[in-house]
Design a protein around this ligand. Structure first.
Ligand code: ADP
Length: 626
């Protein structure tokens, strides 16, 4: 049934609009999710994922401009003392002999005990080395010309601001050091200044990549290398044997590594152990980050949001449209792909893409929309169940109707046929006109009976009720019987049925069913062939099968219909508009019955050149009961 065009268009445009509305609704939901997630504080998780990327990064080459001189446990054992003022003075003097570019004295000078004379002596030594600076966690005040200074007697010793920035109160709040200051109130801090001496490219502060503003300072993330990466010398060894040119033009960082004070250590992305890395090594990493100008750079916030939004929309789409297994696989692939891509970008291009929010978005969208989908599918299967119930009722009605036909229609038709036969036998009593009328009644009732039989067989098949009754039979005798029955019909159209039957071994068949198959082929050949043509019925035997063919000189079957003619109720376009009657069930039943015998039926035909139907039956077969 086709709808009037305007109504059809209305319905389809309504369907399209509904689909569009659903799509927009999904995008809207996903956008709300993306917005909420992007507003959530995920710093701890994000930093943890950041640390993982740092931890598993392949080792990078470091610049060879930095050396560590550490007063470690070995030094304590060698010199039989903790770092005191005299020893420190000697270490500085030994290092200074080598003329490094910078000496960074990374010790809490004022906390080292000693007599005033010892302090003065040390102060004098420190003042005499122009490349030396003592590090401080303090920041210089703006406009303070003097800069930072220590209490007397160290008030003339150069002091530089090199603060550490553990995430104690901000970001992840886990105490891990990840950032460093490049400048404070637009003044470069020591690390940036020292790095510029080795890489002129970063002389100008704005050339340092990865900077972000943070509490009136400009900062970058430290490109950390594993602890132990930078060359280090035990301070005790230097006193025993002076370095010879090793430190020339380098940055030498002198510090503590005795494990006695937390102040000398930081937590790093590699480890949250208290003594994960010395602050001296932290300074080495900081300076090197700027020398290499390779600070991990967070991507702009809007790109991060775009990623969250995209994965949210994608997840909602996948959950609502794909099968559960395919959906899980697709989302799993997306998660893995996203993680791999963000890790690869971090390792190769120092780009830091937020992972926590997009992963959380996928997770939440999945778990939020799965129940929604379940509800929708539940409703659908309920509707389907209801429809199915209705269909089985209709099916039952159909079966009842078919059995009613078998009993109630066949009997009256048999009576009509009996009566017409009786009338036709008495040739005298009828005028020619009356005889023609009774003939027509007889043919019509024959057609009706055939039609009813076809429908009955179809009904049996549909309700799986065909039982094979196999008996060894000579196929030729079945064919002869069929030909004999159709001779009269053929004669009316002056069609000659020629048979070429080779002697055959008996084959186990259900005679009734196979007779129906052959009858249908012969009857079709007669029905569809023009007058004055021939039909050839042949049989032959090979090793494993008996082959029966019915060939006619009829109109043939168009190529585009060939694959359909064995389908139930199929009738060719041409015959539907012709007066030739038929139910479209004959070949369907022929195929069904042949296949019940484990045989095969097929046709070779071309439009205008006749048709040849072939039935192959196996000589040995199990005889499937259907
Ligand atoms: P019907 O009751 O229409 O004959 P069948 O299932 O026996 O149904 O055949 C299906 C269709 O195949 C026919 O409608 C006809 O178009 C085509 N067909 C079958 N046998 C022949 C034949 N020998 N020559 C041409 N067309 C045929």
């Amino acid at each position: 049934m086709s709808l009037p065009p305007s109504l059809g268009e209305n319905i389809s445009s309504f369907g399209q609009r509904r689909q569009l509305a659903m799509l927009l609704l999904r995008v809207l939901f996903a956008s709300v999710f993306a917005f909420l997630i992007s507003q959530t504080n995920l710093d701890y998780l994000e930093s943890y994922l950041y640390d993982l990327r740092v931890r598993f990064a392949p080792a990078e080459e470091v610049s060879e401009n930095i050396e560590l001189v550490l007063y470690d446990q070995k030094s304590v054992e060698n010199l039989k003392t903790n770092l005191d003022l005299n020893v420190l003075g000697k270490i500085v003097s030994a290092v200074a002999k080598d003329q490094p570019k910078y000496i960074m004295l990374n010790v809490a000078l004022t906390e080292i005990p000693g007599t005033p004379i010892e302090k003065k002596n040390l102060a004098r030594i420190l003042e005499s080395v122009p490349s030396l600076a003592v590090t401080s966690d303090d920041l210089p005040l703006k406009g303070d010309q003097e800069g930072l200074s220590l209490a007397a007697p160290y008030n003339n010793v150069k002091i530089v601001s090199a603060p550490r920035t553990a995430d104690l109160k901000v970001n992840a709040k886990d105490g891990v050091t990840r950032r460093m200051l490049v400048s404070y109130q637009d003044q470069p801090l020591f690390h940036a200044e020292a790095a510029a001496a080795f890489n002129p490219e970063v002389k100008s502060l704005d050339k340092i990549s990865g900077q972000f503003e943070f509490a009136r300072s400009s900062q970058v993330f430290i490109n950390f290398n594993r602890p132990g990466t930078y060359p280090r010398i035990s301070a005790g060894d230097i006193l025993n044997q002076s370095p010879t040119g090793k430190f020339k033009n380098k940055v030498v960082i002198i510090g503590n590594d005795t494990g006695q004070s937390n102040q000398d250590y930081i937590l790093t992305p590699y480890s949250r152990e208290v003594m994960a890395m010395t602050t001296s090594e932290m300074h080495a990493n900081m300076i090197d980050t700027i020398i290499k100008n390779a600070a991990p750079t967070p991507i702009p916030k809007w790109i991060n949001f775009l990623i969250i939004w995209l994965v949210s929309v994608f997840t909602v789409h996948v959950v609502l449209t794909m099968s559960p297994a395919k959906g899980i696989l697709t989302l799993g692939g997306t998660v893995v792909g996203f993680i791999l891509a963000s890790v690869a970008l971090f390792w190769t291009a120092n780009l830091w893409i937020g992972q926590a929010a997009p992963l959380l978005a996928i997770f939440l969208c999945y778990y939020f929309f799965i129940p929604y989908r379940l509800i929708v599918e539940n409703r659908r299967s309920w509707e389907y169940y209801q429809k199915n119930k209705l269909l089985s009722q209709v099916e039952e009605l159909k079966t009842n109707f078919i059995s009613m036909m078998s009993h109630d229609l066949k009997t009256p038709i048999a009576r009509i046929q009996g009566m017409t036969d009786m009338i036709l036998k008495d040739s005298v009593a009828l005028s020619t006109q009356q005889r023609e009328a009774v003939d027509t009644i007889k043919h019509s009732s024959d057609d009706l009976l055939k039609f009813i039989n076809a429908i009955l067989n179809y009904g049996r098949i549909e309700s799986q009720g065909v039982q094979l009754n196999l008996q060894s039979k000579d196929i030729n005798s079945l064919l002869q019987e069929v030909i004999r029955k159709h001779e009269f019909l053929a004669k009316v159209k002056r069609i000659q049925i020629v048979s070429e039957l080779e002697p055959l071994f008996p084959v186990p068949v259900d005679s009734d069913l196979m007779k129906q198959v052959f009858s249908n082929l012969v009857e079709n050949a007669i029905k569809y062939s023009p007058e004055d043509t021939k039909i050839l019925v042949s049989s032959e035997e090979s090793d494993t099968k008996v082959v029966v063919q019915v060939a006619d000189q009829g109109p043939g079957i168009p190529a585009d219909e060939l694959q359909n003619i064995f389908m139930k109720f199929f009738r060719s376009k041409n015959v539907k508009s012709s007066p030739i009657k038929g139910s479209g069930l004959g070949l369907y039943l022929a195929k069904y019955f042949t296949e019940l015998h484990e045989g095969r039926i097929f046709v070779e035909s071309s439009h205008g050149n006749g048709s040849t139907f072939t039935v192959e039956l196996p000589i040995e077969q199990g005889g499937t009961n259907a």
